[in-house]
Design a protein around this ligand. Structure first.
Ligand SMILES: Cc1ncc(COP(=O)(O)O)c(C=O)c1O
Length: 473
């Protein structure tokens, strides 16, 4: 069975509401162009009326298995009642005030959980973006240096600062190019990007040489560089998992040059990759850790930067934080989430879930020409969708799989990208996981057989993909 999307009530909401959004006009224009180009299916914009546990229900009552999970933010299931209760109690008691005891309780609970118990101080922020930006300023001030290194394909947020640091395509910083003065870009070794003739091991060597030798020799002297910011599982940029040798090489180079190692675990942190922190897969102690998403069970916004005593104890020059950083509700959500993690072995459950899924997904690579590769670490999972004729990553084919999965009742993460990413709640039931994987596989088989929705048509025309009308990317 497939749902006809947008469902009738969603159509009515879109008809009324699209005009208020930045991308509403774009969405309508592209949708009309897609229809004119003879595409049968409408872009399946969906609007949900209810989120509960492993499921989402749209405004017309259609049910979906949730692999999107609040963009990897709901580790204990949607609208977790225990967390909501803790948040409600905190709101009733404190409303919003700054000086409340929960911020101290959370600090005491969280710091010993940082990788290898290595961090002694923290700062609260509201979003992952803010936290990543705060971490960078902390590093610059701690080292009294003006430059930071980030990697191709990385994603650290969409604030002004993080946009400049991101490793997305050049288009994403159009007209901001000149602002990137303090950012040095380094290559990230994904096999798909290796220059012709280089195998992955040679490419890792090249990337490390670039970082260790080329940058300090030809771009900026090492002592003017504060550090590197890196994701230990590069999610938004396409679910790329860094090779251990590369990560350990980066750490070694940081130590050699006196650079700080900033680890952005906004998406990977708190169990997404099968360990509490993804950086633990690489046996690395980061100097600064950026935490977001999972920390509050997806119920209230809060983000955190933790760091060593050396970085934060006397870091008077850096500043960060904002009005709603460390709200009572956010801290209460985080405290309850951490309690549930401990009580219900959430990290281990996520690891097992990832293991089960990886076994099944590995077969997709063998059975479908459009699945170029499956990349997963714990419950950070993705199928890399390619054009079967060229073997190259294809946004059109990937988005068609994402859309088809939605029509069949599985909500996956699929931005304007070729990867179909699955980020289930770490507590998802095995039954829901298996049903969801069946659906995604059916979507892959369908698209492989019938071709992508916009085959032969400019991506720009096909583009009215689910949700783009609203989030206004
Ligand atoms: C690694 C990483 N850093 C930072 C961010 C930004 O977090 P937020 O969207 O909470 O601002 C994200 C968001 O997906 C992320 O994946």
């Amino acid at each position: 069975m497939t749902y006809s999307l947008p469902s009738p009530k969603a159509e009515a909401i879109l008809a009324k509401g699209n005009r208020y959004f930045r991308n509403g006009a774009n969405y309508e224009k592209r949708r009309a162009a897609a229809q004119q180009a003879g595409l049968n299916n409408k872009p399946p914009q969906v609007i949900f009326a209810k989120a509960e546990g492993d499921y989402l229900y749209d405004v017309d009552g259609n049910r979906y298995i949730d692999f999107q999970c609040g963009w990897a933010s709901n580790p204990c299931g949607n609208a977790n009642p225990e967390i909501i209760e803790a948040v409600t109690a905190a709101m009733r008691q404190y409303g919003f005030i700054y000086e409340h005891p929960l911020r101290y309780e959370l600090a005491e609970k969280l710091l010993p959980l940082t990788p290898y118990g290595h961090h002694s101080r923290l700062n609260y922020e509201v979003s992952g973006t803010e936290a990543a930006e705060a971490a960078i300023h902390m590093a610059l001030c701690a080292k009294q240096a003006r430059f930071i290194i980030s990697f191709d394909k990385c994603f650290h947020g969409l604030g002004l600062g993080t946009k400049l640091v991101n490793g997305y395509d050049a288009e994403s910083t159009r007209y901001m190019e000149a602002w990137k003065g303090g950012v040095i870009k380094a290559p990230f070794p994904s096999a798909y990007d290796a220059p012709a003739g280089m195998d992955i091991e040679q490419y890792i060597d090249y990337c490390l040489w670039h970082l260790e030798t080329r940058i300090p020799s030809y771009e900026v002297p090492a002592d003017l560089i504060a550090g590197v910011i890196i994701e230990p599982g590069l999610a938004e940029g396409g679910n790329w998992l860094p090779p251990k040798r590369f990560m350990q090489g980066v750490k070694r180079i940081c130590e050699k040059h006196g650079w700080l190692f900033i680890c952005d675990e906004v998406l990977t942190g708190l169990g997404r990759t099968g360990k509490t922190w993804a950086i633990e897969h690489f046996d690395i102690k980061p100097d600064i850790l950026v935490i977001g998403k999972n920390i509050t069970g997806g119920v209230e916004p809060i983000a955190v930067v933790t760091a060593t005593e050396e970085v934060l104890a006397n870091n008077k020059q850096s500043s960060s934080g904002s009005t709603y950083a460390g709200t009572p509700a956010g801290c209460a959500a985080a405290l309850k989430t951490l309690e549930i993690y401990e009580r219900d072995n959430v990290v281990e459950r996520g690891r097992r879930l990832g293991e089960l899924a990886a076994k099944r997904m590995a077969k997709w690579q063998d059975n479908y020409a459009i699945v170029g590769e499956v990349r997963s670490l714990g419950a950070l999972m993705a199928a890399h969708i390619v054009d079967p004729e060229t073997g190259l990553a294809s946004m059109n084919w990937g988005m068609s799989v994402g859309d088809e999965a939605l029509r069949r009742g599985a909500f996956v993460v699929n931005d304007h990208e070729n990867t179909v990413r699955l980020y289930p709640a770490l507590t998802m039931s095995e039954a829901a996981l298996n049903e969801g994987l069946d659906i995604v596989e059916e979507a892959i088989a369908h698209v492989e057989k019938h071709g992508p929705m916009g085959k032969g048509i400019d991506n720009d025309v096909y583009y009215p993909h689910y949700y783009t009308g609203f989030t206004g990317y």
